[in-house]
Design a protein around this ligand. Sequence first.
Ligand code: HEM
Ligand SMILES: *[C@@H]1O[C@H](CO)[C@@H](O)[C@H](O)[C@H]1NC(C)=O
Ligand SMILES: *[C@@H]1O[C@H](CO)[C@@H](O)[C@H](O)[C@H]1NC(C)=O
Length: 491
Amino acid sequence: MVVSVVLLWVCFCMLLFLIRTRRPKHFPPGPQTIPIFGNLHQLNLVNPVNDLQKLSDRYGKVFSFYFGGRPAVIITGMEAMREALLTKALDFAGRPGGVLLSHLTQGKGIIMADYGPSWKEHRRFALITMRNFGLGKQSMEERILGEVSYICAHLEKVAGQTIDPQTLFHNASCDIICSIMFGSRYEYDHEFFQAMIKMMADNSKIANGPWGMIYDTMPLLRNLPLPFQSALRDYHTVKMHVLDIVNEHRATRTPNEPRDLIDGYLDEVDKRGQDPAPFDDSQMLTMLLDLLFAGTDTTSNTIRAAVLYFMAYPDIQERCQQEIDMVLEGRDQLCFEDRHSMPYTQAVIHETQRAASTLPLSVFHCTTKDTELTGYQIPKGTLVIQNLSSVLHEETQWKFPHSFNPNNFLNEQGEFEKPPAFMPFSIGPRTCLGEGLARMELFLILVTLLRRFQFIWPEDAGEPDFTPVFGVTQAPKPYKMVVKPRTITAN
Ligand code: HEM
Ligand SMILES: *[C@@H]1O[C@H](CO)[C@@H](O)[C@H](O)[C@H]1NC(C)=O
Ligand SMILES: *[C@@H]1O[C@H](CO)[C@@H](O)[C@H](O)[C@H]1NC(C)=O
């Protein structure tokens, strides 16, 4: 039934819109388009990676593609990426409107907010406040290490068994963000925590899948009772619950003694006096949900990838463990500063991020004015897709572009060195706002795990499979692992 309604609508739209989409003058080259679908019919919507690879092989580093009637420019390779995001930073710093995600957020908050004063001030606020959380009662480091102790407690309970770590890492990443925003973490089976986790999972499934693509490219179908309606509804439900938490904060806070990000925001509103714009409740709620969305899947999928690599390369795992044991000898607590004495482990963590390419296409950008890139002309309002994954595997930039090899980040003296093509957090004015936090999380979590446990690929599980599941955030396929507690020598 639903399918036939959709088909009927599609035919109807075809008749309505029998106009040819033509590329503007001097626009980057790309495949022939047809009305309505643009180039969509040339893609496998469930996993477009291979199809897109063929296009970039054929049309070059900067090429175009039509999502329905909407032109997009895809940027491949480090040189073009730097020209767009650094040299012409402001021209490329917009976000597209009119897609499912920007409708969910109504263009507020940070991630999907277009370039402008509201985005700028909220981004600045979030960056500064999260940095200051080192000054509050509990530093960022303590919050993360607190969560790590829950992860370890869980793993100790299931030691020797074969388990899938996906929800554990996911819950922990989500809880670290909760602790920063709300002042406390949740038990993993807390009702609100469950609802939030489920909403995020359902929404990213819809936004990443064919339904999201249909929503984004065929506006006429948006009011039909299709699955994206439930995405909009669930988002609203969680938002209303976060509003309750905000109101609780209002009632219990001491001005200028922020316990968390919400208190910080309320202080900022006070400080702005009569006219706090663009700061208001609705912006705050969207910003909070943005941070949850941006900080949960990304971090947990990277941790999951790291553990998969530890198991696939036991020699690399062991070498990290030797380095960690040596540096931490006789100490209980790890700190973020220790990274400077662990070049090999640092290299392995960075190599994991390179190989995992967690956000392979970054977050879509949009041009803020008519501009130029590698000699092509790109009009204002064009969708821009950064292929970060192409830079992370670019043959001219890496010693070992296609294999998992920590030497990509070690110089001849065995010191840690970060090549300029390492940009999993993107570059330029829109670069990941959580980079500092994410790097701290990855280091503290992975080093503690390596110190306390040995990760073993189950004997009956076949070969480790590195083919990622495609999505806006790319993740390893679900896998099983065995954990064995290590005895920490020397105490
Ligand atoms: C390993 C973990 C992470 C990776 C790989 C990652 C990567 C990225 C990337 C590629 C972007 C898009 C940048 C662009 O559009 O040019 C982004 C944006 C963003 N990330 Fe992250 N991220 C991670 C963790 C986090 C965490 C923990 C937080 C939250 C606290 C966070 C918050 C954000 C926000 C708010 C944006 C939007 C920035 C803007 O539009 O101005 N991310 N991230
Ligand atoms: C991005 O680059 C990678 C590696 O070069 C390629 O496999 C992928 O298909 C590209 N994606 C797009 C959207 O061009
Ligand atoms: C993670 O949280 C979800 C939702 O609350 C829960 O169902 C799951 O059991 C939790 N996972 C672990 C390992 O505690």
